[in-house]
Design a protein around this ligand. Structure first.
Ligand code: URA
Length: 241
C-alpha cells in the first residue's frame, strides 16, 4: 500500500504533515537514496527506504503484551517441527507477531508473557534484573524442613549452584505435597531439576506469577492484553522508563 511521503513522515512521528512538507522542501528527505523535494511522492512503507537527515525513519512500533495461561501439553514456541500444539495456536487472534518471554516446559502450565517488545523481553529473562517467578509445585512425598532450607539456600545442579530462592510448604502430605518456589533465575527445567536433586520429583508444575503479573481472572488456555499500568510496572522493574 502506498501513501504520500508527507503523510508517511507524520505517521513515523517525524513531524506534523504540514511541517513534514517543509522538511521535504528543504531537501532533507531521501527515498531509496534519492533526494526528494517534490510534494506528493508516493512511498510504499514495506518496500521503500525513507531517510530524514540520513537517518532511516519507520513507523513507531505497536507493541503488544499478552498474558497467556498456558495449559499443559503445548510447547512454548511459535512453530514446532514435530507438529505438536504450540502457544501460537492459542494466541492466533492477537493480530501481530509476538514471541514468548522465556519458556515453560511442555508439561508445565501457567503464566506466560508474549510480546514483540524485544528489549523488555531480554531484560525480563536476564537473571541480573532478578525478576521473580513464582511456581506451585506438587511433589512426591513430604519434604523435610531441612530439605526446604536446602532448596532455598541453593542446590548444586550440573552447571553450578542455584541462586537463593523463597520456598514455602503450602500443604504437606503423602503421597504428595504442595510447595511454592520463587526464583529470580530461569534455567532450563530449573524447578524440576532442583526438586529431583532433593528426591522429591515434580508431579505437576504451574507458574503463578511473573513480577507483578498473576493469572487472576484467566482460565487455562485463555489470554488477555496487559493493561497500560501493568506494562509500565514491568518496564520499570526491567529498568526501562
Ligand atoms: N522450571 C521448570 O522446571 N520448568 C518450567 O517450565 C519452568 C521452570
Amino acid at each position: 500500500m502506498t501513501m504520500r511521503l508527507q503523510k508517511y513522515l507524520a505517521l513515523c512521528g517525524v513531524a506534523s504533515r504540514r511541517a513534514a512538507e517543509k522538511i521535504i522542501a528543504a531537501g532533507r528527505v531521501r527515498v531509496n537514496g534519492r533526494k526528494v523535494t517534490r510534494m506528493g511522492v508516493l512511498v510504499d512503507p514495506s518496500a521503500d527506504r525513507v531517510e530524514v537527515d540520513n537517518l532511516i525513519v519507520r513507523p513507531a512500533e505497536q507493541y503488544e503484551y499478552i498474558l497467556l495461561y498456558k495449559p499443559e501439553g503445548c510447547v512454548t514456541t511459535m512453530k514446532d517441527p514435530l507438529g505438536r500444539p504450540t502457544v501460537k495456536d492459542l494466541v492466533r487472534d492477537v493480530g501481530v507477531r509476538v514471541f514468548p518471554v522465556g519458556r515453560l516446559d511442555r508439561d508445565t502450565s501457567g503464566l506466560l508473557l508474549l510480546t514483540n517488545d524485544g528489549e523488555l523481553a531480554n531484560r525480563l529473562t536476564h537473571p541480573s534484573f532478578g525478576i521473580e517467578k513464582e511456581y506451585l509445585a506438587r511433589v512426591k512425598d513430604l519434604p523435610s524442613r531441612e530439605t526446604l532450607q536446602r532448596l532455598a539456600a541453593g542446590i548444586m545442579l550440573a552447571e553450578g549452584m542455584t541462586a537463593p530462592a523463597k520456598v514455602r510448604l503450602i500443604k504437606g502430605g503423602r503421597p504428595t505435597s504442595l510447595l511454592s518456589l520463587t526464583l529470580k533465575e530461569g534455567r532450563n527445567r530449573q524447578v524440576r531439576r532442583m526438586l529431583e536433586a532433593v528426591n522429591h520429583p515434580v508431579v505437576s508444575l504451574k507458574r503463578v506469577r511473573l513480577g507483578p503479573l498473576t493469572l487472576k481472572g484467566l482460565r487455562r488456555g485463555e489470554w488477555r492484553r496487559l493493561r497500560a499500568q501493568e506494562v509500565k510496572a514491568l518496564r520499570q522493574l526491567a529498568g526501562l522508563t
